[in-house]
Write a protein that binds this ligand. Structure first.
Ligand code: AMP
Length: 224
């Protein structure tokens, strides 16, 4: 099973992606994580990518596209979940071409839909538990509101992620995501058109609800 997942920062894409990955035993191919590995290992590619990543800009297509397509061929033979790529219309077209050439199916394209303002509040309201980063806490979401200033799950101390509080950086990322002309939503709609031609399946879910509800809806729409 090969799945592509779209969703703005703050939509729960990471959480739902992990659940899909486990359920269908997929290789999780995440462009952002590949870049972070390169940076950690001090590779040439990592050095080049870091300049852009630090500014919240997209790494140029000449670097990103071959890197992701290589990883897909190397690690994705038994099914993949592609996350963070494509982020613009050029990447979408190149991906589709590469899949055709490799004879790989694209079984599902998932779009987690979320209003931009809500997405922003979710990111800025996120609080990390010092005992376990998977304990969900968000001061703007009733279902997972912290217990005072402590983790709602274990009572641990909470902190914020510094990049979560950088409003300008969040806006920059969302500008790219919500751009329906050439940005990430344009890439998603490229696949929606292909789905209308019967070439893949496009699954849309409302990301404003809680994690469990979204998960159930996704699983009911995706058949393994
Ligand atoms: P992420 O972890 O998905 O938020 O990615 C972190 C950063 O890596 C992004 O802000 C971009 O600078 C870069 N990046 C990740 N995926 C892509 C992509 N498909 N195209 C260009 N840059 C990317």
């Amino acid at each position: 099973m090969n799945i592509l997942i779209f969703g703005p920062n703050g939509s729960g894409k990471g959480t739902q992606g992990s659940l899909l990955k486990k359920k269908f035993n997929l290789a999780h191919i995440e462009s952002g994580a590949i870049f972070r590995d390169h940076i950690k290992n001090g590779t040439e590619l990592g050095k080049k990518a870091k300049e852009y990543i630090d500014k919240g800009e997209l790494v140029p297509d000449e670097i990103t596209i071959p890197m992701v397509l290589e990883t897909l061929k190397e690690k994705g033979k038994d099914g993949w979940l592609l996350d963070g790529f494509p982020r613009n219309i050029t990447q979408a077209k190149k991906l589709w071409e590469a899949l055709q050439e490799a004879g790989m199916n694209l079984d599902y394209v998932v779009e987690i839909k979320l209003d931009r303002e809500i997405a922003k509040n979710r990111i800025m309201g996120r609080r990390l538990c010092e005992n376990d980063p998977n304990h969900p806490n968000n001061i703007y979401i009733d279902a997972i509101k912290p217990n005072g200033d402590k983790c709602r799950v274990c009572g641990g101390a909470l902190k914020t992620r510094s990049d979560d509080q950088d409003e300008a950086a969040i806006n920059k990322r969302h500008d790219i995501y919500y751009d329906t002309e050439t940005g990430t939503l344009a890439a998603a709609y490229f696949f929606k058109d292909l789905a209308a031609q019967g070439k893949t399946k496009y699954v849309e879910v409302d990301g404003s609800r809680d994690i469990e509800t979204i998960k159930q809806e996704l699983l009911s729409k995706i058949e393994g």
